[in-house]
Design a protein around this ligand. Sequence first.
Ligand code: GLC
Length: 423
Amino acid sequence: MRSVLSSVAVAATIVGGALGAQAATISISCGAVGLELQLCQEGAQAWAEQTGNQVKVISTPNSATERLALYQQMLAANSADIDVFQIDVIWPGILASHFIDLSEHIPEDQVSQHFPAIVENNTVDGVLVAMPWFTDAGILYYRQDLLEKYGKEPPTTWQELTETAKEIQDGERADGNQKMLGFVFQARAYEGLTCDALEWIASYGGGTIVDEEGAITVNNEKAAQALDLAATWIGSIAPEGVLNYTEEEARGVFQSGNAVFMRNWPYAWALGNADDSAVKGKIAVSTLPKGGADGKHTATLGGWQLAVSKYSANAEIAADLVAYLTSADEQKRRAIEGSYNPTIPALYEDQEVLEAVPFFGELYDTFVNAVARPSKVTGIKYNQVSSEFFNAAHDVLSGKASGADRLAELESSLDHLSRGGRW
Ligand code: GLC
């Protein structure tokens, strides 16, 4: 079969020694956000050395939206190019039919070490389509040194963040740093904006776009209020350019010392404190602000899993690689080196992990109570729901429409998509 991979620009690295007689080359798609690719290569290398197999590590686009499109193209062609897929927490329902049942390959006592909610999320019609690899939740990064300089506490509401960000931004600009920005986050029209906007809306009590029963709830006053406030940030505490930021653009600005606040995932911690970071030792994290006095601190649940393709010529060996990479030892290494959240609760009590990433302990509740995007109830339509939602949020942020008007429009497109809420 023609290789789908050869038609797209992806970088591949082979790790492992010479192949033994019974050995195979397993290819794995890994993310490349922050330290992901490096950690994936190191883990794959260790497994290759232990088993005598080789691993081809293939890097995939940073944007989850683009990555899904690439996977769908490959899987629809029944391509055997990739054996192990790194999949987003929102994709089991969309991609389930292409993956093997890992419960037939990975012992039950290894599976049950993980957060039950993630295992359940990854189980579709009784089939364990993916093993949890790392979990994610949105958090607020801030410049501790600057908050101290201006006598501020980390903000508890979005309104407070808006004001503190403006005051410090303006003060620092007057002090000579013209590049200083108040707040950076993810506002490109892609999956990351769905995560950020869901946090704003849910923190105002505006729900989760579609509720657990499938009802479309997004067209409400609180949701509109949340989006309208976020729209005021553009060109004020956030640059116009934020409308094209993903995680890595936001991290780049914050890490070079030019932002007071940043919304990002935990991976930015290890990099922000690395030797080459301009803000090393000057940053701290907290839960994201809430919508108002009666709002609720809300983080969107993210995270990545490993799945084995049904079209793999070496499914058994590929499943062994998945068992290795998702094991407690490997998750501990990734937590310490890259601040990737383990999916194994016991690791949140591990002293070495907590020393490397203290907020894994302090913000434990944030991680376990993070709010899921409506991927379970909307099933294979989730990606369309998310696209409709992030495009609506992007329009409001860009000043093309008010929150109320655009959410009314969104409600009718979601209603059409679901054929009256029946998903
Ligand atoms: C992070 C999350 C993932 C989410 C993505 C959006 O990678 O782990 O769940 O979809 O960000 O950009």
